[in-house]
Design a protein around this ligand. Structure first.
Ligand code: G
Ligand code: G
Ligand code: MN
Ligand code: NA
Length: 256
């Protein structure tokens, strides 16, 4: 309850910021985008994990306002990087979208306003949704995602494989990318059953014309297997932790 009240007070203040984690081309190591991750630093308390406050924001509905701000800030930031670093023009900004946000009737408009406000094309943005977000209203989700995709926005299924009906969702929904949950990536190069499982996910995704992002890549052995499997994109501490915008400048400069 205390956290709930604090969250209510914090929305609209500067206690929130975004951290950005690089995503790289698995084969070449080239930078291809960032995932924006919300961070809350409470004065006198310190960092609160999104794993703790996102569910609260979701329950109270505050996530709609908080999520709008995430979209606006992430788009504004990418536009600024595109203006100052030519390499940033080819990058995709990936933003997490919660079930409540996806169900909000104003969501497509919110995304359109964030893009237009930043002067970005839809193709610069990707949205990460979870299987859970879709389950509540598959037909509604399908309609919403189809509109976003017509605007050029790409859609990823986050934490793929951890929900109830991953395969049904791939069949029913207009998506572009599957993000393999890090629980399946952890054993790559060590546990043959993890390797077989990720191999199966990659070949299934490719059969459906989807591309694959591996999350939570921490070790070179995992990266090596992902290269062998033809997984297009990788993300994890091996390549970079989520960092504040100021530290992204150095990443962009290096990438040039
Ligand atoms: O960055 P970290 O591992 O602490 O994130 C924990 C969880 O919070 C992840 O599931 C991540 O998807 C989620 N998360 C982080 N930022 C956002 C955000 O801006 N919106 C939503 N809906 N979830 C987020
Ligand atoms: O649910 P989602 O995939 O959005 O969660 C992303 C979370 O994963 C972020 O909180 C981020 O901090 C965390 N993360 C990113 N890379 C790694 C990694 O290599 N290892 C671990 N353990 N966590 C990671
Ligand atoms: Mn994510
Ligand atoms: Na994930």
């Amino acid at each position: 309850l205390e956290l709930d009240l604090a969250l209510r007070d914090a929305v609209g203040t500067d206690e929130f910021h975004l951290a950005y984690q690089p995503e790289i081309d698995t084969a070449t190591g080239e930078l291809v985008g960032f995932e924006a991750l919300l961070r809350w630093v409470r004065p006198g308390v310190g960092h609160v994990s999104p794993a703790d406050f996102i569910p609260l924001a979701e329950e109270s509905g505050l996530i709609v306002e908080l999520g709008r701000r995430v979209l606006t800030d992430a788009c504004t930031q990418l536009a600024a990087w595109r203006a100052s670093h030519p390499v940033a023009r080819g990058l995709t900004m990936w933003v997490n979208v919660s079930p409540h946000q996806l169900a909000d009737p104003g969501f497509v408009e919110t995304v359109a306003v964030a893009l237009a406000g930043a002067g970005l094309p839809g193709a610069a943005l990707g949205l990460e949704i979870t299987e859970t977000a879709v389950m509540a209203d598959p037909a509604g989700a399908r309609a919403t995602l189809a509109k976003l995709r017509r605007a050029g926005v790409r859609i990823a299924i986050d934490d793929f494989g951890t929900g109830y009906s991953s395969l049904a969702i791939l069949k029913a929904l207009p998506v572009d990318v599957v993000k393999v949950d890090r629980s399946f990536v952890s054993g790559l190069g060590e546990d043959p059953s993890d390797t077989r499982l990720v191999a199966a996910i990659v070949s299934m995704a490719h059969a459906l014309n989807l591309s694959v992002v591996a999350e939570g890549v921490e070790e070179e052995r995992q990266h090596t297997v992902l290269q062998d499997l033809g997984c297009e994109t990788s993300q994890g501490w091996l390549f970079g932790r989520p960092v504040p915008a100021a530290q992204v400048e150095a990443i962009l400069t290096t990438a040039e």
